[in-house]
Design a protein around this ligand. Structure first.
Ligand code: FES
Ligand code: FES
Length: 201
């Protein structure tokens, strides 16, 4: 599988210093269908303006399924969905994610039935992992692709996953798993590949 920088998007902006550093005292995050109101500040229980989305997901919200590998936009381990697109959460400041709809690996299963997403099930069925560190990011990159294009070619799958590194060399199994979902038309036991969104106020 070709390696390179991730297709996921995200730009780390320099932290603003000085009296205007914190413009808002509270931000609203929508994560896996749940609303979180987080205070912005420098106290331990607040979101520092320098915190990345990856850090906040893991350390503030306890969603440790999102992994941090390089913390520098190079490995894809931190990939999550933001408004349905794959993004590198280590390259996005939490305050930039305000009002965005974030989906982590914990939010991928069907929220009504609890059934795993077809991609999650396919990774289990194909044993498409070893240590599993890269797996959440890879599944979410594949999810973004399948939401955009229901029947990608094998080459398109490879390109979509090009920025997700797997140090255990599980690439062939990963490709088999994703293509099995493509062949099923994204369905398994009646479960659609679409994200199960909940209504937000
Ligand atoms: S941890 Fe974000 S790209 Fe490596
Ligand atoms: S399964 Fe270990 S890094 Fe991919």
């Amino acid at each position: 599988m070709r390696k390179g920088r991730s297709k996921a998007i995200g730009v780390k902006r320099p932290l603003r210093k000085g009296p205007n550093r914190v413009e808002k005292s509270t931000i609203r995050l929508l994560v896996n269908g749940q609303e979180h109101l987080l205070r912005v500040g420098n106290r331990p229980d607040e979101v520092d303006p320098s915190h990345t989305l990856a850090f906040t997901l893991r350390e503030t919200l306890g969603l440790t399924g999102t992994k941090i590998g390089c913390d520098h936009g190079a490995c894809g381990a931190c990939t999550v969905l933001m408004d349905g697109k794959a993004v590198l959460s280590c390259m996005i400041l939490t305050v930039e994610a305000e009002g965005k709809e974030i989906t982590t690996i914990e939010g991928l299963r069907n929220r009504e039935t609890g059934q795993l997403d077809p991609l999650q099930q396919a990774f289990i069925d194909h044993t498409a992992f070893q240590c599993g560190f890269c797996t959440p990011g890879i599944i979410l990159s594949a999810k973004a692709l399948l939401m955009e294009k229901a029947s990608p070619t094998e080459q398109e799958v490879k390109e979509a996953l090009a920025g997700n590194f797997c140090r255990c060399i599980s690439h062939y199994h990963i490709l088999d798993a994703v293509m099995s979902v493509v062949r099923m038309g994204g369905k398994r036991d009646g479960t659609s590949i679409s994200i199960h969104r909940e209504a937000h106020p």
